[in-house]
Design a protein around this ligand. Sequence first.
Ligand code: ADP
Ligand code: MG
Length: 233
Amino acid sequence: SRHSSPDGHEPNPLLAENSGEVSETPFNTLGLIPELLQTVEALGYKNATSIQAQAIPSALQDRDIIGVAKTGSGKTAAFALPILQKWWEDPKPLYACILAPTRELAYQIQKQFEALGANLGVRCCCIVGGLDIMAQKVALAKRPHIVVATPGRLQDHLENTKGFSLRSLKYLVLDEADRLLDMDFGPIIDKILKVIPKERRTMLFSATMSTKVKRLQRASLVNPVKVEVSSKY
Ligand code: ADP
Ligand code: MG
Protein backbone atom coordinates (compact mmCIF):
# COMPACT_ATOMS: atom_id res chain seq x y z
CA SER A 1 0.00 0.00 0.00
CA ARG A 2 1.11 3.50 -0.65
CA HIS A 3 1.14 4.33 3.07
CA SER A 4 3.52 1.63 4.23
CA SER A 5 7.20 1.87 3.47
CA PRO A 6 8.72 -1.02 1.52
CA ASP A 7 11.47 -1.61 4.06
CA GLY A 8 9.19 -1.16 7.04
CA HIS A 9 11.44 1.32 8.80
CA GLU A 10 9.73 4.59 8.05
CA PRO A 11 6.69 5.43 10.14
CA ASN A 12 3.37 5.01 8.42
CA PRO A 13 2.20 8.61 7.87
CA LEU A 14 -1.49 7.86 8.34
CA LEU A 15 -0.96 5.91 11.52
CA ALA A 16 1.61 8.35 12.83
CA GLU A 17 -1.17 10.93 13.02
CA ASN A 18 -2.96 8.64 15.46
CA SER A 19 0.01 7.06 17.19
CA GLY A 20 -2.18 5.80 20.06
CA GLU A 21 -3.81 3.38 17.66
CA VAL A 22 -0.75 1.20 17.11
CA SER A 23 -1.06 -1.41 19.83
CA GLU A 24 1.74 -3.28 21.58
CA THR A 25 0.40 -6.49 20.08
CA PRO A 26 2.71 -8.30 17.64
CA PHE A 27 0.86 -9.88 14.72
CA ASN A 28 2.17 -13.34 15.60
CA THR A 29 0.03 -13.48 18.78
CA LEU A 30 -3.32 -13.20 16.97
CA GLY A 31 -3.65 -16.75 15.60
CA LEU A 32 -2.74 -15.93 12.01
CA ILE A 33 -1.11 -18.55 9.76
CA PRO A 34 2.57 -18.18 8.74
CA GLU A 35 1.62 -17.41 5.11
CA LEU A 36 -0.19 -14.26 6.25
CA LEU A 37 2.40 -13.31 8.90
CA GLN A 38 5.07 -13.31 6.18
CA THR A 39 3.03 -10.94 4.02
CA VAL A 40 2.25 -8.64 6.92
CA GLU A 41 5.97 -8.48 7.70
CA ALA A 42 6.86 -7.86 4.04
CA LEU A 43 4.41 -4.93 4.04
CA GLY A 44 6.34 -3.44 6.95
CA TYR A 45 3.65 -3.83 9.58
CA LYS A 46 5.27 -4.38 12.98
CA ASN A 47 2.47 -4.45 15.49
CA ALA A 48 -1.25 -4.76 14.95
CA THR A 49 -3.28 -1.59 15.30
CA SER A 50 -5.68 -1.56 18.22
CA ILE A 51 -8.73 -2.42 16.09
CA GLN A 52 -6.77 -5.28 14.42
CA ALA A 53 -5.59 -6.68 17.76
CA GLN A 54 -9.18 -6.74 19.01
CA ALA A 55 -11.00 -7.89 15.88
CA ILE A 56 -8.74 -10.56 14.36
CA PRO A 57 -8.85 -13.18 17.17
CA SER A 58 -12.66 -12.96 17.47
CA ALA A 59 -13.13 -13.09 13.70
CA LEU A 60 -10.92 -16.20 13.56
CA GLN A 61 -13.30 -17.74 16.12
CA ASP A 62 -16.17 -17.25 13.67
CA ARG A 63 -17.77 -14.33 15.47
CA ASP A 64 -19.61 -11.49 13.77
CA ILE A 65 -17.76 -8.23 14.37
CA ILE A 66 -18.87 -4.66 14.76
CA GLY A 67 -15.87 -2.34 14.62
CA VAL A 68 -16.00 1.34 15.45
CA ALA A 69 -12.87 3.33 14.69
CA LYS A 70 -11.97 6.40 12.72
CA THR A 71 -10.20 6.58 9.36
CA GLY A 72 -6.59 5.40 9.32
CA SER A 73 -6.93 2.90 12.16
CA GLY A 74 -6.26 -0.13 9.95
CA LYS A 75 -9.79 -1.48 9.57
CA THR A 76 -9.17 -3.08 6.16
CA ALA A 77 -6.58 -5.56 7.44
CA ALA A 78 -8.78 -6.14 10.52
CA PHE A 79 -11.35 -7.83 8.27
CA ALA A 80 -9.16 -8.89 5.32
CA LEU A 81 -6.69 -11.00 7.33
CA PRO A 82 -9.25 -13.26 9.06
CA ILE A 83 -11.27 -13.60 5.83
CA LEU A 84 -8.14 -14.58 3.89
CA GLN A 85 -7.23 -17.13 6.56
CA LYS A 86 -10.70 -18.70 6.55
CA TRP A 87 -10.70 -18.74 2.75
CA TRP A 88 -7.28 -20.45 2.75
CA GLU A 89 -8.73 -23.24 4.91
CA ASP A 90 -11.64 -23.66 2.45
CA PRO A 91 -10.74 -21.97 -0.86
CA LYS A 92 -14.10 -21.51 -2.60
CA PRO A 93 -15.19 -18.99 -5.24
CA LEU A 94 -17.46 -16.09 -4.26
CA TYR A 95 -16.39 -16.58 -0.65
CA ALA A 96 -16.57 -12.99 0.60
CA CYS A 97 -18.24 -9.78 -0.46
CA ILE A 98 -17.13 -6.38 0.81
CA LEU A 99 -19.49 -3.44 0.33
CA ALA A 100 -17.95 0.05 0.31
CA PRO A 101 -19.59 3.43 -0.27
CA THR A 102 -17.38 4.71 -3.13
CA ARG A 103 -15.43 3.38 -6.12
CA GLU A 104 -12.18 4.73 -4.70
CA LEU A 105 -12.66 2.96 -1.37
CA ALA A 106 -13.66 -0.29 -3.10
CA TYR A 107 -10.57 -0.09 -5.27
CA GLN A 108 -8.31 0.52 -2.22
CA ILE A 109 -9.85 -2.45 -0.41
CA GLN A 110 -9.28 -4.69 -3.44
CA LYS A 111 -5.63 -3.60 -3.58
CA GLN A 112 -5.16 -4.36 0.12
CA PHE A 113 -6.79 -7.79 -0.25
CA GLU A 114 -4.48 -8.59 -3.15
CA ALA A 115 -1.42 -7.36 -1.23
CA LEU A 116 -2.32 -9.25 1.96
CA GLY A 117 -3.33 -12.36 -0.02
CA ALA A 118 -0.29 -12.30 -2.32
CA ASN A 119 1.04 -15.57 -0.88
CA LEU A 120 -2.28 -17.38 -1.13
CA GLY A 121 -3.29 -17.01 -4.79
CA VAL A 122 -6.58 -15.36 -3.96
CA ARG A 123 -8.48 -13.71 -6.84
CA CYS A 124 -10.31 -10.46 -6.12
CA CYS A 125 -12.65 -8.51 -8.32
CA CYS A 126 -13.88 -4.92 -8.02
CA ILE A 127 -17.49 -4.27 -9.06
CA VAL A 128 -18.20 -0.55 -9.05
CA GLY A 129 -20.32 1.92 -10.94
CA GLY A 130 -18.95 3.82 -13.91
CA LEU A 131 -16.92 0.91 -15.27
CA ASP A 132 -17.80 -1.31 -18.22
CA ILE A 133 -20.60 -3.67 -17.25
CA MET A 134 -19.67 -6.31 -19.86
CA ALA A 135 -16.09 -6.48 -18.59
CA GLN A 136 -17.50 -6.98 -15.09
CA LYS A 137 -19.78 -9.78 -16.30
CA VAL A 138 -16.71 -11.52 -17.74
CA ALA A 139 -14.79 -11.01 -14.48
CA LEU A 140 -17.69 -12.43 -12.43
CA ALA A 141 -18.06 -15.41 -14.78
CA LYS A 142 -14.52 -16.39 -13.75
CA ARG A 143 -15.89 -16.78 -10.21
CA PRO A 144 -13.45 -14.67 -8.19
CA HIS A 145 -12.89 -15.56 -4.54
CA ILE A 146 -13.45 -12.06 -3.17
CA VAL A 147 -15.83 -9.43 -4.57
CA VAL A 148 -15.36 -5.82 -3.48
CA ALA A 149 -18.28 -3.71 -4.61
CA THR A 150 -20.37 -0.59 -4.35
CA PRO A 151 -23.96 -1.63 -3.55
CA GLY A 152 -25.73 -0.26 -6.64
CA ARG A 153 -23.58 -2.00 -9.21
CA LEU A 154 -23.51 -5.25 -7.24
CA GLN A 155 -27.32 -5.27 -7.09
CA ASP A 156 -27.41 -4.58 -10.85
CA HIS A 157 -25.31 -7.73 -11.46
CA LEU A 158 -27.34 -9.78 -8.99
CA GLU A 159 -30.47 -8.90 -10.99
CA ASN A 160 -29.11 -8.90 -14.55
CA THR A 161 -25.96 -11.02 -14.85
CA LYS A 162 -26.93 -14.54 -15.83
CA GLY A 163 -25.29 -17.22 -13.69
CA PHE A 164 -24.06 -14.79 -11.03
CA SER A 165 -25.27 -15.18 -7.47
CA LEU A 166 -23.94 -14.88 -3.95
CA ARG A 167 -25.81 -17.94 -2.69
CA SER A 168 -22.59 -19.60 -1.47
CA LEU A 169 -21.21 -16.50 0.27
CA LYS A 170 -19.44 -17.10 3.60
CA TYR A 171 -18.57 -13.52 4.59
CA LEU A 172 -20.22 -10.14 4.16
CA VAL A 173 -18.39 -6.96 5.16
CA LEU A 174 -20.17 -3.62 5.42
CA ASP A 175 -17.30 -1.14 5.38
CA GLU A 176 -17.85 2.51 6.30
CA ALA A 177 -21.43 1.65 7.22
CA ASP A 178 -22.23 5.20 8.29
CA ARG A 179 -21.27 6.51 4.85
CA LEU A 180 -23.08 3.66 3.06
CA LEU A 181 -26.27 4.74 4.83
CA ASP A 182 -25.67 8.49 4.40
CA MET A 183 -25.48 7.79 0.67
CA ASP A 184 -28.92 6.10 0.88
CA PHE A 185 -27.65 2.61 0.04
CA GLY A 186 -29.83 1.22 2.87
CA PRO A 187 -32.65 -0.12 0.64
CA ILE A 188 -30.18 -1.72 -1.79
CA ILE A 189 -28.26 -3.33 1.09
CA ASP A 190 -31.58 -4.71 2.39
CA LYS A 191 -32.17 -6.32 -1.04
CA ILE A 192 -28.66 -7.79 -1.07
CA LEU A 193 -29.19 -9.20 2.46
CA LYS A 194 -32.21 -11.13 1.13
CA VAL A 195 -30.21 -13.05 -1.50
CA ILE A 196 -27.17 -14.11 0.54
CA PRO A 197 -27.07 -17.03 2.98
CA LYS A 198 -28.25 -16.45 6.55
CA GLU A 199 -25.48 -18.79 7.76
CA ARG A 200 -22.73 -16.41 6.66
CA ARG A 201 -20.55 -14.33 9.00
CA THR A 202 -20.85 -10.54 8.88
CA MET A 203 -18.51 -7.73 9.87
CA LEU A 204 -19.63 -4.12 10.04
CA PHE A 205 -17.16 -1.25 10.32
CA SER A 206 -18.04 2.36 10.89
CA ALA A 207 -16.45 5.57 12.11
CA THR A 208 -19.62 6.43 14.03
CA MET A 209 -22.57 4.52 15.49
CA SER A 210 -25.67 6.39 14.35
CA THR A 211 -29.25 5.17 14.82
CA LYS A 212 -29.25 4.07 11.17
CA VAL A 213 -26.04 2.07 11.65
CA LYS A 214 -27.56 0.36 14.72
CA ARG A 215 -30.61 -0.58 12.66
CA LEU A 216 -28.40 -2.08 9.94
CA GLN A 217 -26.43 -3.89 12.64
CA ARG A 218 -29.61 -5.51 13.97
CA ALA A 219 -30.65 -6.50 10.43
CA SER A 220 -27.36 -8.08 9.44
CA LEU A 221 -25.27 -9.26 12.40
CA VAL A 222 -25.79 -12.14 14.85
CA ASN A 223 -24.51 -11.79 18.42
CA PRO A 224 -21.58 -9.60 17.33
CA VAL A 225 -18.41 -8.85 19.25
CA LYS A 226 -18.04 -5.08 19.46
CA VAL A 227 -14.53 -3.73 19.06
CA GLU A 228 -13.97 -0.04 19.50
CA VAL A 229 -11.10 2.38 19.41
CA SER A 230 -12.05 5.50 21.30
CA SER A 231 -10.69 8.72 19.86
CA LYS A 232 -9.42 9.65 23.32
CA TYR A 233 -5.96 8.10 23.76
P1 ADP B 1 -9.10 2.55 7.80
O1 ADP B 1 -9.91 1.63 6.94
O2 ADP B 1 -9.33 2.30 9.27
O3 ADP B 1 -9.29 3.99 7.44
P2 ADP B 1 -6.86 1.36 6.43
O4 ADP B 1 -7.21 -0.05 6.60
O5 ADP B 1 -7.11 1.98 5.10
O6 ADP B 1 -7.57 2.25 7.57
O7 ADP B 1 -5.32 1.53 6.85
C1 ADP B 1 -4.68 2.78 6.82
C2 ADP B 1 -3.23 2.61 6.42
O8 ADP B 1 -2.51 1.94 7.46
C3 ADP B 1 -3.04 1.76 5.17
O9 ADP B 1 -2.09 2.36 4.35
C4 ADP B 1 -2.49 0.43 5.69
O10 ADP B 1 -1.62 -0.17 4.76
C5 ADP B 1 -1.77 0.85 6.96
N1 ADP B 1 -1.74 -0.18 8.01
C6 ADP B 1 -2.77 -0.99 8.35
N2 ADP B 1 -2.43 -1.77 9.39
C7 ADP B 1 -1.16 -1.44 9.73
C8 ADP B 1 -0.24 -1.90 10.73
N3 ADP B 1 -0.60 -2.85 11.60
N4 ADP B 1 0.98 -1.34 10.80
C9 ADP B 1 1.33 -0.38 9.91
N5 ADP B 1 0.52 0.10 8.92
C10 ADP B 1 -0.72 -0.42 8.84
MG1 MG C 1 -11.38 1.80 5.58
